[in-house]
Design a binder for this molecule. Sequence first.
Ligand SMILES: *Cc1c(COP(=O)(O)O)cnc(C)c1O
Length: 229
Amino acid sequence: MDLASNLSAVEQRLAAACACAGRERSSVTLVAVSKGQPPELVQAAADLGLTLFGENKMQEARAKIPLCPGRLRWHMIGHLQTNKVRDAVHFFEMIHSVDSLALAEEVQKQAEKAAKRMPVLLEVNVAGEASKFGYAPARLLQELGQLNALPRLEIHGLMTMAPWSPDAERARPVFRRLRELKQECEQLLGAPLAHLSMGMSGDFEVAVEEGATLVRIGTALFGERRPAK
Ligand SMILES: *Cc1c(COP(=O)(O)O)cnc(C)c1O
């Protein structure tokens, strides 16, 4: 595993996808997904200039983040249980995975206790996969008003994971639907939403073509992960 050459390959793929879509490279932010990887590898990535990292488990993040350079920024990208929200509000700059009103209300409560505002994305299960978390699109549109009424929650956009497939094109309708849903949410809110978090190692070019602003990339940078504990 050569992190520097993996990073430059990812950067080339990102630049090509942006060029193909007629977008500025600066309109897409790379979230380096460090789950399953040790702090030494995060340090090595930071030395190469990466500053934004994603973790999907609170327990792992709580142990790892204090061992990493303090200037790094962290996003929570995995499913969050309500009893982990207090820590998530403390450790993360953004939570990508708000998928219920109950969770949003807990984020509200813990953010208030911490005297903070919490930037979040609403996770959508676009493909309706039983194995995945996330709002059903209709439910999201129903609950958006209640979510938006929580004063400590800053809704910055939507997040999704496409069903796994060896063919990245299969993800395109999912990403496109998330972009349309963002437009529907913007109409309901009467305000723009900045972010679409979509695209992983296997499908991020397609996600960029469909409007992703945050791509979450793990294995293409860091190689295979250690099995989750
Ligand atoms: C693991 C993970 C990723 C990164 O997946 P790779 O295929 O390793 O790039 C992105 N998003 C979420 C929510 C993840 O859990």
